[in-house]
Design a protein around this ligand. Structure first.
Ligand code: SAJ
Length: 432
């Protein structure tokens, strides 16, 4: 078993395809563990930054890049022919949804095409991109076996879901338990040896399909529970009950309960998308997953619910959205990060503009974004003057670094979608 020996003595060469928030931290751990690691990406700008020892990923420090380059264990490249010299290749590319909300596997297919072009015996191929059960078999094993290779003998394949939580101060790539599902027992043996040499905690499962489904359950669990609590929030608002007080009290139950919190909607590249991959695949088996669709429906409706709340609140001062000056506090999809992908703030911005309001935006981590109509929208600094001019300020993202006390003092009216002002008493503060 030559490959296992090369993993044991760290002479195996590791390639990571896709140097984003998943691939780059993984490449760093691989290099730190002593493997000569190549980072492959189609984006020359990223590769150039890495060659300058600069990180562009929130959770990877530039001095980590400089260190693995100093010990000559890391090279970033756009030249995929280097796969020829790799012993392990890990695919960490995006799996978005298409315009028609169906899985877009084009990035995986492009990565697999590059691997096939430079395919050789004894290669270990790992897929980390979140996808539906069966993808690894259909898009990796099947086309490579059609070339005459036999999985588990001539090459090895595994699916291992990424579990990166951007901005998480406690859990990162090395110390987050890693689920691994190989195509055969020998695949499991080899991939366990590999991940076991770079990560702290390995969890083996029996197949690639189980491993693919683990990740989808994890994120569908979140989407459904967020949908539940968003629906509870709308129900409690109508019943005049403080949902936040309800959740905080329910959270005192030491077993059998896990708090989720209402919000302006769900964003990011995981929770809004992953459950749709599962629902889509289940439909091909004539199974229609109602929880996923219902949660997606409720969560997608939250930006519109926020607009309704804004309209009701302005109405109390005989104002309407049209012509009102409105400030959005926070654009990113969750607090203390710089990612606006799928952020509900962008939808709320669009809806307010369409209704004729003058919308200002602030975010401590983002200086501009491209609106749906292609307009570049620049964020503004928070000043007392800006805040007091607003007819309403909507807190969308509860960044820890906001000075909530001073903001509350300067605002006429606040709609707080995250209970971020919970420590401040104010008649002018409304919750969703
Ligand atoms: N959200 C709510 N209410 C909640 C929790 C989240 O409205 O109670 C919203 C967030 O504001 C955000 C969206 O849902 O817009 C997603 O939030 P998230 O906390 O799930 O954060 P993500 O999308 O970064 O999810 C990642 C996932 N990690 C991976 O897929 C590897 C997820 O599995 C993690 O559980 C999650 O981070 C985490 O725990 O932070």
């Amino acid at each position: 078993m030559q490959l296992i020996k090369k993993i044991e003595d760290r002479s195996a060469k590791v390639g990571v395809i896709g140097l984003g928030y998943v691939g780059l931290p993984l490449a760093v751990e691989s290099a730190k563990s002593g493997f000569l690691t190549y980072g492959f990406d189609i984006n020359q700008e990223k590769v150039d930054l890495l060659s300058l020892g600069k990180s562009y990923v929130l959770d990877v420090k530039s001095d980590e890049i400089q260190e693995i380059k100093r010990i000559n264990k890391f090279h970033g490249t756009t030249v995929f022919s280097e796969i020829n010299n790799m012993d392990v290749v890990i695919i960490c590319v995006p799996t978005p949804l298409s315009k028609t909300k169906t899985p877009d596997l084009s990035h995986i297919q492009r990565a697999v095409a590059n691997i096939i072009q430079f395919m050789h015996r004894d290669l270990l191929i790992i897929l980390e991109s979140t996808t539906y059960p069966g993808t690894t078999e259909e898009l990796i094993i099947k086309p490579i076996e059609e070339l005459g290779y036999k999985v588990g003998e001539d090459f090895y394949v595994c699916f291992s879901p990424e579990r990166v939580d951007p901005g998480n101060k406690l859990y990162h790539t090395k110390n987050t338990p890693k689920v691994i599902g190989g195509a055969t027992k020998r695949c499991n043996q080899i991939v366990k040896q590999f991940y076991g040499s770079i990560l702290d905690n390995i969890v083996m499962v029996s197949s690639t399909r189980v491993s693919e489904t683990v990740k989808l359950l994890e994120n569908t669990f979140r989407s459904v529970n967020i949908g539940l609590v968003n629906e509870m929030a709308m129900m409690c608002q109508r019943m005049g009950i403080d949902i936040w007080e309800v959740i905080n009290a329910a959270s005192t139950k030491p077993f059998g309960f896990m708090p989720f919190y209402p919000g302006p909607g769900i964003g990011g590249h995981c929770i809004p998308l992953d459950p749709q991959y599962l629902a889509w695949k289940a439909k091909t088996y004539d199974y229609y997953n109602r929880f996923i669709e219902l949660a997606s429906d409720i969560n997608s409706n939250m930006p519109y619910y926020v607009i309704n709340r804004v309209s009701d609140i302005l109405n109390q001062s005989s104002k309407c959205i049209s012509g009102s000056k409105i400030l959005l506090l926070g654009l990113t999809y969750k607090k203390d990060i710089n990612d606006v992908r799928e952020s509900p703030a962008l939808i709320i911005y669009q809806l307010l503009k369409e209704r004729g309001s003058k919308v200002h935006v602030n975010d401590l981590y983002v200086d501009k974004f491209i609106a749906e109509n292609g307009e570049t929208v620049y964020t503004e600094k928070i000043t007392h003057e800006l805040l007091e001019r607003m007819d309403i300020v909507i807190l969308i993202t509860d960044h820890s670094r906001y000075h909530y006390d001073s903001i509350a003092k300067s605002c006429r009216v606040i709609l707080d979608t995250r209970n971020a002002f919970r420590h401040i008493d104010g008649e002018n503060i409304y919750k969703i």
